[in-house]
Design a binder for this molecule. Structure first.
Ligand code: ADP
Length: 190
């Protein structure tokens, strides 16, 4: 595992890291969840497995009480046995192979923006680890996911909110080829 990109803007270090998100010692680890918070595949399954059953139990309790999530919404649970403190769950958009996907792009950007604000407003987090939301089972092309995550991050770090607590924003990819795309997009644009 290794850091493959790093840049500091407004005192916030943004990095791209090749590794397993369940092993990150950040205050917050972000989950690519579904609307029902059933952690069945991809990152969600890995987080649920690494964290232990408390994450699934807290997720079930949340949905029972408040209903399902909408795309881009952020909610948190504890992290169970993982080395992070909280898991912030968000739901990315699904890709439509025949559509223009303008809405999907916007929703992806909004999801990351919401997650960054949530981490400051609700959790006073100093560090956050984020996976390639929607780039797996939800079918968004990796370069599109990287681009929208970069755009949301760029906007946040160029003008952080007055209550910003974040000092480290880390994009974590388990797959080499996904990580390479993130490095390219972030190093060209951030
Ligand atoms: P979605 O359902 O939003 O498409 P997925 O969980 O299917 O999300 O995949 C999102 C990305 O996370 C994919 O690039 C996948 O390779 C990656 N991924 C899967 N497991 C892990 C993990 N343990 N750590 C980091 N990234 C992971």
């Amino acid at each position: 595992d290794y850091t493959s990109f790093k840049r500091t803007v407004s005192d916030i270090e943004v990095s791209v890291y090749k590794g397993d998100i369940t092993q990150q010692k950040a205050d917050v680890v972000v989950n690519a969840a579904n609307k029902k918070l059933e952690h069945m595949g991809g990152v969600a399954f890995a987080i649920s497995k690494a964290g232990g059953k408390s994450i699934q139990e807290e997720s079930r309790a949340y949905v029972r009480r408040h209903g399902t999530l909408h795309i881009g919404q952020a909610v948190h649970t504890g992290a169970g046995n993982m080395p992070c403190r909280f898991v912030v769950h968000t739901v990315g958009p699904m890709w439509d192979k025949r559509g223009d996907n303008g809405t999907a792009r916007l929703q992806l950007r909004e999801a990351i923006t919401n997650v960054l604000y949530y981490a400051c407003d609700k959790l006073q987090a100093r560090s956050i680890a984020i996976p390639a939301i929607s780039a797996g089972i939800y079918g968004v092309p990796v370069d599109v996911s990287a681009e929208q995550l970069m755009l949301a991050t760029q906007k946040f770090v160029r003008s952080p909110p007055s209550n910003n607590t974040l000092r480290h924003i880390k994009f974590v990819n388990i797959e080499d080829k996904v990580n390479r795309v993130f490095v390219r997009v972030f190093s060209d644009n951030l």
